[in-house]
Design a protein around this ligand. Sequence first.
Ligand SMILES: *Cc1c(COP(=O)(O)O)cnc(C)c1O
Length: 377
Amino acid sequence: MSARAPSSALQASARLTIDLDAIRQNYRTLASLASGAECAGVVKANAYGTGAEVVAPQLAAEGCRTFFVATVDEALRLRTVLEQADIYVLDGLPPGCGPLFTDRNLRPVLGSPPEIEEWASHCQNAGARLPAAVHIDTGMNRLGLSAREVADLGETQSLFDDFQLSLVITHLACADDPEDPMTERQRVSFDALCQRLPSAPASLANSAGIMAGELYHYDMVRAGVALYGGHARAGHEDLMKPVVRLEGRIAQIRQVEPGETIGYGATFRAEKPMRVATVTLGYADGFFRLLSASNIEEGATAFIGETAAPLVGRVSMDLITLDVSQVPEHRAVRGALVEFIGPHVGVDDVARLAQTIGYEVLTSLGTRSERIYVGGE
Ligand SMILES: *Cc1c(COP(=O)(O)O)cnc(C)c1O
């Protein structure tokens, strides 16, 4: 166990603690659910806010050999910490970037005929059949070849002679909902379209797809949100360990009298005397303003030790106010840490309250908070 606490940990006003052992355990769980398919790690958006350059080597130590990022910049940073791994760029090949990909040994996920043509001609210039994945669209209509384009390219397979088709992927739109028939429709359509391309390893499943069962696993699964403790598929037993803990620090305690209001907009009026803690965490730390509390609407609940402390008033940029009347006085003191996400409140609990998904909660955290890593090797 090593804690890579930055020297400024004491002065940090908000801190995000990331449990690397939990991420590693989640990887092992997902890899075993994947029943023999290779389990790749999706570390886009800075590993969903947890810090790709720290997390990816931990996944590699668990045997992860293939990584997916969204952008070229993310791939370049990842390459500095992973010398060997296969790194795929999901957003594809930006025009003119072939030489950069080759220089850093990166693989584009090609999603349109012009991208495929550019990669093929780049390979001709380089005099090598360089690896790239192809993305087939089966219903998302964001990235990937349409059925028509697959058919056209399939007829003139010469483009595929110029490069190594190392992987064919598609992406599920509705796998979070086990009742949704679209997942199965996408699988059937993926099967049919893969037949028209040169034979290559295939990959369909994201985290939710892994939990949909063996039929969806193909040769490689692409685990993202579940690695970071997010609940990926409704109704699926939650086997993932929580990874992140978000805390703020009490800056001061004040007594608020009945009739007084708290915070911007004066949306909360005290009805009885209350002890209020002002905590150094705000929406600039990724704690959404939608989690605010007024007299009409309940907001988020924080925890000091085992005691709940409900938000009162609006979440502002840097500060949150809590009713700590129920918290023992010696616990609610200046400098004490307050849990906003952690053992008592999960990422998905916060997401529900903020009318969003765990993905957005995770990727919003850690912009300003101090990141502290525990566990790992
Ligand atoms: C983000 C992403 C994933 C990972 O999805 P999760 O739901 O986070 O597991 C997999 N494949 C593609 C193409 C993605 O964009």
